[in-house]
Design a protein around this ligand. Structure first.
Ligand SMILES: Nc1ncnc2c1ncn2[C@@H]1O[C@H](COP(=O)(O)OP(=O)(O)O)[C@@H](O)[C@H]1O
Ligand SMILES: [Mg+2]
Length: 206
């Protein structure tokens, strides 16, 4: 088993599941949290992730297959997706791919799903399509405010990890998003993003 990533929430390993290349994601214990509460949170997240990864396939979104969930060990075995993280693509490709990311986020929102962690590290460009990962923080919600949180996080990611292309990448994202949800909803969500941003700035001053 090869360690791929040691994260704050989970450790990720590359392994084999019944002869197939697989990603093993283990949700880690948070020492500062009460153990019973911590177990409950980890169980909830692992189940939510497995459920949502499979559910969104019906909307035509590409996600890894879930091979196995071990609730007691807080483990999930996923199909290994061959390809490159969007984060590691060339600037030109990131800008192009942002439109597809916008479409995927649009499809999720249209179907009442908020992802909760839209970053360029949670998309893999594989040979045939763009695959979305990491549904541990996803939620069923139709609220504009929740959908705006997805957009606002992605904008922050572009601002910090892809600062030289943030303008082009963001408008590419919005183009894709608008094509799916329509202009009216897009404008509503974008307006809500600016409300959140203003609130953030105000909070910093105070
Ligand atoms: N199914 C998968 N196929 C290939 N790589 C994956 C897969 N799942 C996760 N990874 C890799 O592991 C990283 C972290 O996984 P992720 O599910 O996003 O967990 P985290 O909560 O730590 O962000 C991803 O950014 C990606 O590089
Ligand atoms: Mg992730």
């Amino acid at each position: 088993m090869k360690l791929v990533k040691k994260g704050a929430e989970a450790d990720i390993y590359l392994t084999i599941w019944h002869g197939k290349k697989s990603i093993l994601k283990i949700r880690k214990r948070k020492e500062y949290r009460n153990e019973i509460l911590d177990n409950r949170i980890r169980t909830l997240r692992i189940i939510r992730e497995a459920k949502m990864i499979s559910e969104v396939k019906q909307f035509g979104i590409s996600t890894p297959l879930v091979y196995f969930v071990d609730q007691k060990k807080f483990e999930i075995y996923l199909q290994f997706v061959e390809g490159k993280l969007v984060r590691d693509l060339s600037n030109e490709m990131i800008i192009k791919t942002c439109e597809k990311i916008g479409k995927i986020v649009g499809i999720l929102h249209k179907n009442g799903v908020m992802h909760g962690d839209i970053t360029t590290s949670n998309f893999i460009l594989s040979r045939s399509n763009l695959v979305i990962l990491d549904f541990g923080l996803s939620q069923k919600t139709e609220r504009i405010e929740d959908h705006a949180i997805d957009l606002r996080l992605f904008k922050e990611v572009l601002n910090s990890a892809h600062v030289e292309i943030v303008g082009l990448a963001w408008s590419s994202f919005l183009r894709g998003y608008g094509k799916i949800v329509g202009n009216q909803k897009k404008e509503q969500v974008v307006l809500q993003v600016s409300v959140i941003e203003k609130r953030g700035r105000y909070a910093n001053v105070v």
